[in-house]
Every structure is written in C-alpha cells, then in structure tokens.
Design a protein around this ligand. Structure first.
Ligand code: ADP
Ligand code: MG
Length: 296
C-alpha cells in the first residue's frame, strides 16, 4: 500500500475506518479504539506520520493492559497500602544502608528464594519498605502475597480446622514472594507457631519471604510461645537470609519527638540480641554461592 496515498483520504474512507473499529472491538483494544479518531485526524493534519500513529495506538493499548495487570496483581497481593521506594526518606533512617535496600529492588533475592528480615522499632518504615518491595515485585510480574503474621496464622488455623491445611499451605507456596508483616506485635495463638513453621518449611529454599519485626530474634521463643518451634523457624529463616536492622526513631512521631519520654525517643528502644551461632549454619550446602549470607 502506498502510505502517502493511504494517509490522505482518511476522512474519505469511512468504510475502512468502520472496519478498523470493528476489529479493534473484536481484538478487545478499547484504548486504541478510543483514540483512533483523534489519531487519524492527527495524520490528516500532518501532525504525525502513519508509522507514528500505529506506534501510538499500540503503545496506548499495551500501557492500558499493563496498568490493569499491575492493578489486579496489587489487589491479589493484598498489600495493605501502596508504598514506594521513591517515597521513602532514607535520610530519616541513617542506620539503614540505602544501597543495600535499593539492591533488593532488583529482586534477585526472589529468584534466589532468600529471606529478608526488616527489624526495628515501631514507625521506622518496616511495613513501608516491605510494601514498596512488594510493589516492585508485582510490577516486574512476580506474584506477591502480603499479610500480618496474625492474619496468616489465623488463615492457617481456620484451614486446619476445616481439614484443608495442605491446600492452604500450597496456596501460600504459589507466591514468589510472601511478605509477613508485624512479627512480634501480638503473641501468636496457641499452635500458631507450629502452623507457621509448616508454611515456612514448605517454602524453604523454594520461595522468597520478607519478614518484619519489632523484636530481636532472641525473643522469638516468647513470640511463638515455644522455644523449640522458634529455633526451628529461625533455622530456616536465617539460612539464605539478609537482615536489615533499623535503629532510628519513629517516622510517625517525628513531629512530636520533643513530647516523648527519652526511652521511646532513644535508639536503644530495640536492643536485639545477636543470632545464636548454632543458627548461623545448617550444614547443608547453599543452593548457590552468593545467597548464603546472614548479615547483622
Ligand atoms: P513500621 O512498620 O516500622 O511500624 P511503617 O512502615 O508503617 O512503620 O511507617 C509508618 C508511617 O510512616 C507509614 O505511613 C510510612 O509510609 C511512613 N514512613 C516511615 N518511615 C518513613 C521514611 N523514612 N520516609 C517516608 N515515610 C516513612
Ligand atoms: Mg508495620
């Protein structure tokens, strides 16, 4: 087809335009349909070439689809809020290595099925960062599930009661990234530690996790109400793990810092104990060379 000839009589070829529109409907390309007329007028006026017009129609349609996919996947991920890394003020948390956090956004930790621990006092941005990494993962096409420890344990407990624990664990294993928020705020319900262990064990070396906690690892026995379960959990969760310790003050309370008592304001609020040496290695060879690091 001669494009120069074809471009000119656009306004004079209603049958062709109708056919294009019908095809766009059949192909389910609503955005291209929506901007077709204005694009054709642009060609008529010589504002864009026919090639640019094709490019524009396809770009707009693909962008719409991509936005829809991300929106749907964000809903499926059950993120409690949409947060971004760009919206995180690293200067407010100098104890946090920005480069290390930004490296997580490259998402190799998901491919390597690693565990990321974000530990710090309330309001220091643990949920924000976990959500922002969840958003990055969704945008990159990875499946993500976000829940508080209490919610996830409650879901598992309900499934167990209904005789569908296996299926529920399989469901949680389908996500490339499982984010478990708020470990330590509430004591886990009786038997909950055991259920959570089954999930962690099922995902071990298969799927990545981000865990956030306001408590140090030494307190996990108390949180899970059972030191044996806590040790078994940490055994899995500290192998192929990266630990981010935030030692700053609450972003929520930043405007009222002068009104707070010293023990809340101070960085000593959270004083995690070091990881017991016995938990650092499991004697199994690491799945890949670079992934086996526990950092404090
Ligand atoms: P945590 O989970 O550690 O208790 P959150 O991540 O929920 O804290 O942070 C509390 C609020 O403050 C959220 O609205 C979060 O977006 C915001 N926030 C926390 N830290 C920062 C920061 N460094 N820069 C921007 N916003 C922050
Ligand atoms: Mg939080």
């Amino acid at each position: 087809m001669n494009l120069r000839e074809g471009a000119k009589p656009v306004g004079a070829a209603p049958a062709v335009i109708d056919r294009i529109k019908r095809n766009l409907v059949n192909l389910k390309m609503p955005r291209a349909l929506e901007i077709l007329d204005v694009t054709l007028r642009g060609i008529e006026r010589g504002e864009i070439t026919a090639l640019e017009a094709i490019d524009l129609l396809l770009y707009e349609e693909v962008t719409l689809r991509e936005n829809r996919r991300v929106k749907m996947a964000l809903t499926m991920a059950r993120l409690s809020a949409i947060k971004t890394l760009a919206g995180f003020d690293f200067s407010f948390q100098p104890s946090l290595d920005k480069n290390r956090v930004m490296a997580l956004a490259e998402l190799q930790f998901i491919d390597r099925a690693e565990v990321v621990h974000l530990i710090g006092p309330p309001g220091t941005g643990k949920s924000h960062l976990s959500l922002a990494l969840g958003v990055e993962a969704v945008k990159a096409g990875r499946s993500v599930y976000f829940g508080s420890l209490a919610d996830i344990v409650a879901t598992l407990a309900k499934a167990e009661k209904e005789g569908s624990l296996r299926e529920k664990i399989r469901f949680f294993c389908r996500f490339a990234l499982l984010i478990v928020d708020e470990i330590g705020y509430l004591p886990v319900i009786p038997g909950g530690g055991n259920l959570f262990f089954q999930l962690v064990n099922a995902r071990y070396e298969k799927g990545a996790m981000i865990l956030t906690s306001n408590r140090g690892f030494a307190e996990w026995g108390e949180i899970f109400g059972d030191p044996v379960v806590a040790t078994a959990l940490l055994d899995r969760l500290l192998h192929h793990a990266a630990v981010f310790q935030i030692e700053g003050s609450s972003y929520r309370l930043r405007e009222h810092a002068d009104l707070l008592p010293e023990h809340i304001r101070s960085k000593a609020f959270l004083n995690p104990l070091p990881v017991p040496a016995t938990l650092k290695r499991r004697g199994r060879p690491p799945k890949n060379g670079g992934a086996d690091h526990v950092e404090g």
